[in-house]
Design a protein around this ligand. Structure first.
Ligand SMILES: Cc1cc2nc3c(=O)[nH]c(=O)nc-3n(C[C@H](O)[C@H](O)[C@H](O)COP(=O)(O)O)c2cc1C
Length: 190
């Protein structure tokens, strides 16, 4: 078994303005072999860059949070969300599902209408995980900001599946765009 990928640590916050006034994007991620972590980091970069381009960097904060560390208070304190995880056995990876299981009822009916998007790493499919996450987000009555970004890395043998992943630049660019779009929505539409 490969070891869980922990290199992005607990949380990376890009500071914004005064507490309470900045728009907050929460990026919750889980990754076993690195792909979804790289995707989440790319989305955070794209979001931060978009805020800078809008000259709103002081009013924006993107926080990367490992799924294992993300709590209901993190969800409540954010204005929008990116959920980024691998597809495992045709559904969300267990650690990402555990995040949703842990947070679902504590935030239910308290975040309706907030924007969200999904980024899924996959060997060859990813649709099952995307559908499952979208269904959960529908239960939360979140608003889908964009179609899911699914990155397929053609990992289909046990060796390829367990190997560390390097996400191609073009795929990371799609994740950066997604982060930028979420930041723009939060800053321009409130
Ligand atoms: C237990 C397990 C089950 C998997 N099941 C699927 C699957 O159902 N569909 C798919 O497209 N990829 C599947 N994969 C491949 C992963 O989604 C792929 O390797 C992805 O890049 C992992 O993301 P990560 O690097 O962020 O951990 C599976 C991988 C593992 C370890």
């Amino acid at each position: 078994m490969s070891r869980p990928d922990r290199s992005a640590g607990a949380a990376v916050a890009v500071p914004g303005g005064a507490a309470g006034s900045a728009k907050r994007l929460l990026i919750v991620w889980h990754s076993r072999t690195g792909a979804a972590r790289q995707m989440a980091e790319a989305a955070a970069r794209g979001a931060t860059r978009a805020a800078e381009e809008l000259e709103e960097a002081a009013n924006f904060a993107a926080t990367l949070r490992r799924a294992a560390d993300a709590m209901p208070d993190d969800v409540l304190a954010s204005d929008g969300y990116l959920f980024c995880a691998p597809e495992n056995l045709a559904s969300l990876s267990g650690e990402m599902k555990e995040f949703f299981d842990r947070c679902y009822y504590p935030v239910l009916d308290r975040i309706p209408g907030r924007a969200y998007a999904l980024a899924i790493s996959a060997g060859s499919d990813g649709e099952g995980a995307a559908r499952q996450a979208a269904r959960i987000c529908t239960g939360w009555r979140l608003r889908e900001a964009a179609p899911p970004v699914i990155v397929r890395l053609d990992a289909q043998t046990p060796q390829a599946i367990l190997a560390p992943k390097t996400v191609p630049a073009a795929e990371l660019a799609r994740c950066e765009e997604l982060g930028g779009l979420l930041a723009g929505l939060l800053l321009l539409q409130g």
